[in-house]
Ligand binder design. Structure first.
Ligand SMILES: [Ca+2]
Ligand SMILES: [Zn+2]
Ligand SMILES: [Zn+2]
Length: 313
């Protein structure tokens, strides 16, 4: 792979999410870079203006990276980055970026992952790695995995400060309330010098036959228990009238019907037929708007919606 030929790199946050305090974003970005500099010979400096080796920019929609790499509004693609030595990471302005647990997309973990790409790291097959295409959990003891550390040291060597490996630690005392599940799929498209990273699906659920349904934007994929995934299919081919970019989905094992949630509404389908009375307002049943995920609990015989730290039955 490609790499930087110097150890001292500057980075710059070109623009800022307007709804987050700038000093907190600055701290989170610095912590994301320190994850990598703490375990390698790299040293990062923030450039507040002017040129910088690595630039982090928030964009809306199409931003001259080719139409297929245009950002897609809330959900779907979160960010992408280029391999060295272009030094660019782009973030979808339409996401609800957050520095706290439970709501929105965690900016710190996505920045740390994308910075890994700008330094030359590809996706790791190790599930626990930050560079895994699957984000799992960001908890208070979130650190790089050995796989991430070996990958960065393979490119840039160990820290020059003597000791073999210095695990990040202190800096995370600032971020102890960061937790919550970030399930994500990020598909890679690799060109000669570009690297794109499309993160996270909208929702995922399994039916009674253990087929996995993955939803993203206006499409879904079926992954049978045997393994290989289907081609993406348009949502409306299977579930006519269903909007793109759903918040959550669940399949009832009793009735074999699918429930979909988006915004304040709920859709229920039997096969391809929308059942009478749907879509219906979630509030009519005392349910939250924009649930994070939905599950059918066999033992409760109830559909359970999760939103932040709360759940609704
Ligand atoms: Ca998006
Ligand atoms: Zn871009
Ligand atoms: Zn990635």
């Amino acid at each position: 792979g490609s790499k930087w030929h110097k150890r001292h790199l500057t980075y710059r946050v070109v623009n800022w999410p307007p709804y987050l305090p700038q000093h907190e974003v600055r701290l989170a970005v610095r912590a994301a870079f320190e994850l990598w500099s703490n375990v390698s010979s790299l040293v990062f400096w923030e450039a507040r203006d002017g040129p910088a080796d690595i630039r982090l920019t928030f964009f809306h929609g199409d931003h001259n990276d080719g139409l297929s790499n245009a950002f897609d509004g809330p959900g779907g693609a979160l960010a992408h980055a280029f391999f060295p030595r272009r030094g660019e990471a782009h973030f979808d302005s339409a996401e609800r970026w957050s520095l706290r647990s439970g709501k929105g997309r965690n900016l710190f973990v996505v920045v740390a992952h994308e910075v890994g790409h700008t330094l030359g790291l590809e996706h790791s097959p190790a599930r626990s790695a930050l560079m895994s295409p699957y984000y799992k959990k960001l908890s208070k003891d979130f650190v790089l995995s050995w796989d991430d550390i070996l990958a960065i040291q393979n490119l840039y060597g160990k820290p020059s400060r003597g000791s073999a490996i210095q695990l990040p630690g202190r800096v995370f005392t600032h971020f102890q309330d960061w937790s919550g599940d970030l399930y994500g799929e990020d598909r890679q498209r690799q060109g000669a010098s570009t690297y794109y990273c499309h993160s996270f699906f909208d929702a995922v659920t399994a039916d009674v036959d253990d087929n996995l349904y993955i939803f993203k934007g206006g499409h879904f994929w079926v992954v049978p228990a045997s393994g290989s995934s289907s081609q993406p299919q348009p949502l409306h081919a299977r579930w006519p009238g269903l909007p793109a970019g759903i918040d959550a989905c669940a399949c009832s094992p009793l009735s074999h019907s699918f429930y979909f949630f988006k915004g304040g509404r709920c859709w229920r389908y039997q096969g391809s037929t929308l059942l009478p009375g749907f879509p219906q307002k979630c509030s009519a049943r005392g349910l939250p708007r924009h649930p994070d995920t939905a599950l059918y609990f066999q033992r409760l015989r109830r559909l359970v919606l999760f939103k932040g730290a709360k759940y609704f039955v």
